[in-house]
Design a protein around this ligand. Structure first.
Ligand code: ATP
Ligand code: MG
Length: 294
């Protein structure tokens, strides 16, 4: 499978404006893969990811930060679960960002994200992120009103400034060996409704549903506009956005796994080279072990 080609339709260009509705179909699936083969292809992909992760961990110079943003019920949790399933838990860290606490609100908005960044050799996952600051905060002006920013900094220019700040932050991360990959799981309004109804109808899914989710759905158009503006201003060479079709869960998982594999192909992590001194130490250790009484 050619991962670089497979992921092309999802990458948001950094030098051209996109139109979310017209350019990205939530129901898209690659013709070359059939649903019945999806499990097998994903298993292969996850095995490849695990092999890359092992090298990333051993090398301990690079880190990978995966950011997931989406409307409710687009499948963030299930993608994270499936794609990360075969990985070594010691090498991954997942953080879910909810509405900020009072302590967090006493700081700048990147503060809590900084603390959650992956260490070298690790894969860090942000389930929601600082991007909420240009999404939910933009859609609901009362959230910004409630933040303790100086009033003169709550002007109309704030979104453009936040895009700049985020782009600089991600460039800084990239310059420090932390590669940022961003995923917008693009679910349609109709599919979200179907999944909400399922959460209401199936007792074991009830816990995932809150009436607030339906209220938020009422702002669908505002969210799509905020997402589109965000994609157009923060998909950069060093930290690209990927719009992942999210109406078919089996395809969403493959698309996310393929995108991570394609990035690993570029990073190309390697096991550290064994120095001559270390090689000699290994031989010495072998002799010691062999000299032991049985
Ligand atoms: P999810 O909705 O991600 O599946 P959840 O339902 O378990 O998770 P929620 O209690 O819905 O958890 O928390 C996520 C909510 O927190 C989202 O509505 C999101 O918009 C909000 N949120 C996240 N970051 C911020 C932020 N910086 N400012 C305001 N709200 C935020
Ligand atoms: Mg929620």
């Amino acid at each position: 499978m050619n991962y670089q080609d497979f992921i092309k339709p999802f990458v948001v260009p950094h030098n051209r404006k996109i139109d979310l509705k017209h350019d990205y179909d939530p129901d898209y699936a690659d013709d070359s893969i059939k649903k019945k083969d999806a499990d097998e292809v994903l298993t292969e992909g996850v095995a490849l990811l695990a092999a890359y992760q092992d090298k990333l961990y051993a090398q301990s110079t690079h880190a990978l930060l995966l950011i997931f943003q989406a409307m409710d019920a687009a499948g963030k949790d299930s993608v994270i679960k499936h794609v990360m399933s075969g990985l070594n838990p010691q090498g991954t860290q997942v953080f879910s960002f909810k509405a900020p606490s009072t302590e967090e609100l006493d700081h700048d908005y990147l503060w809590r994200n900084f603390k959650a960044l992956p260490e070298r050799g690790r894969i860090g996952i942000f389930n929601r992120s600082y991007y909420e600051e240009v999404l939910v905060v933009r859609v609901h002006p009362q959230i910004l009103a409630g933040q303790s920013l100086p009033p003169e900094l709550k002007d109309d220019g704030i979104w453009a400034r936040r895009y700049d700040e985020i782009n600089h932050f991600e460039e800084y991360l990239s310059n420090n060996g932390i590669t940022v990959l961003k995923f917008f799981l693009n679910v349609s309004k109709a599919e979200q409704k179907a999944r909400f109804l399922e959460r209401i109808d199936q007792p074991e899914k009830n816990w995932k549903f809150s009436v607030q989710d339906v209220k938020e759905r009422g702002f669908w158009g505002d969210y799509q506009a905020a997402y589109e503006d965000m994609l157009n201003h923060t998909s950069t060479k060093h930290a690209p956005w990927h719009v992942i079709p999210a109406d078919r869960k089996w395809f969403t998982r493959l698309a996310v796994a393929a995108t991570i594999i394609a990035k690993f192909e570029e990073i190309d992590p390697q096991y550290p080279e064994v120095t001559e001194a270390h090689r000699q130490e290994l031989q010495q250790a072998r002799s010691m072990l062999e000299a032991e009484d049985a």
